[in-house]
Design a protein around this ligand. Sequence first.
Ligand code: UT7
Length: 338
Amino acid sequence: MSLTLKPRNPVRAKISSVGSYVPPRLLTNADLEKMVATNDQWITERTGIRERHLVDKGVATSDLAAEAAKICLSRRGIEASEVEAIIVATVTPDMAFPATACLVQDKLGAPHAWGFDLSAACSGFPYALQMGAKLVESGAHKKVLVIGSDVMSSIIDYTDRATCIIFGDGAGAVLLEPCEEGEIGLIDFHHEIDGSGAVSLNMPAGGSRLPASHATVDAKQHYVHQDGQAVYKFAVRKMAEISEGLLTRNGVAGSELGCFIPHQANKRIILSTAERLGMPEDRVIINIDRYGNTTAGTIPIAMNTAIEEGRLKKGDLVLLASVGAGFTAAATLLRWEF
Ligand code: UT7
């Protein structure tokens, strides 16, 4: 046998299209005032959220993911049959298995794609983006769909005012392709995990430690549990720290960024990071007022907002940043190429 190694492929990956989808039903702060002891002023001042979109009964994460992916592919003008891999970042899969990526593959009719799910909560999309980029950069694939999709309403206790005001449902998708001559695409990333933070944000039951039982349901252990203050303190420090570190490592000043697209968990966390980076507010994409925190969906949905508002153009240096359950943290630097 003579082993023939392929030469290493000097390919770079770029985002070539974006699509997003949120379900039509709205849950406004006024609606929440009728459900729990809260008020519009508290929610707006503490989080920046005014309304969020929620699915109707029976609609699942793969449904939102497939809609976002269809928009993404049609904007690029390609058929689902051309997609070679699908990565779905989510913490609310349709079922524990099979992977939501399989269900999306079937819904799209993408017979040549393989794929998998990735669980990293609010950092799920940037983590999946790097995995997809590696598939392109290795030369293995030329068209990879990366999707962030969550139906957070399926794991929220709508009698708990500390969490039910925060989350929404939604999905965003990007297509990754090899760069053309002169393009740069994805530049660099910095990811961290810190499992000591698991106690601060989790869904306790439904996994192998606490399988579903009458007792776990009665104890409301299939819902999101969050120590908001602990997560806030970590997020506000870590998002700035990793963003600053990534920019410094690449010789880029915050003021040189065309666009900052952060995870949308709290407007105060976003603005504090932007200030530390020296970024003017008009280059920071904030849509948390309209969608709340859609977990893995926030960054690609915000990319879509940036495009629709004409705030993202070819050649812009873009920073993505997130912090979430795990803890997980991600900062991504890229050049926008379309
Ligand atoms: O994406 C995943 C990562 N998650 C995050 O990044 C979330 C980070 N954390 C946060 O964004 C904030 O901590 C929250 C928005 C969750 C909470 O804001 P906070 O300013 O940290 O409020 P708090 O939890 O310290 O609560 C302050 C007060 C408390 O009352 P007392 O004890 O001072 O009387 C709460 O009971 O506000 C009360 N409170 C509310 N009041 C009205 C908590 N939730 C509500 C509510 N409406 N919905």
